[in-house]
Design a protein around this ligand. Structure first.
Ligand SMILES: [Zn+2]
Length: 99
């Protein structure tokens, strides 16, 4: 008998595995470049509540608490290899708290 595989992802906060759709993706949008390949606009880090954004992603539970843990341990920054400013974290925490 074949078992249907649910894609699992690890929460960057609590470190547990969950079905992908139960997590929220944190996405680093790609840098914008001109024709010469110079970066004209740095990519930003946003919550991807629709799972449709392109870019590197990390996952957290849909809980502000897990985002806080991930923030403290800098796990999202590490998996996206980018710096995340405080105001971006604050905005993401607010968004999750509203869910
Ligand atoms: Zn979690």
């Amino acid at each position: 008998m074949k078992v249907k595989k649910v894609p699992m992802r690890k929460c960057s906060g609590c470190g547990e595995m969950f079905p992908k759709k139960e997590l929220v993706r944190v996405v680093r949008t790609p840098d914008k470049k001109d024709e010469q390949g110079n970066v004209v606009e740095k990519g930003t880090v946003v919550l991807d509540l629709t799972s449709k954004k392109a870019g590197r992603g990390a996952y957290v539970c849909k809980k502000a608490e897990c985002l806080k843990k991930a923030r403290k341990a800098r796990r999202i920054e590490r998996s996206l290899s980018t710096k995340i400013p405080d105001e971006v974290y604050d905005a993401m925490e607010r968004e999750l708290a509203d869910e």
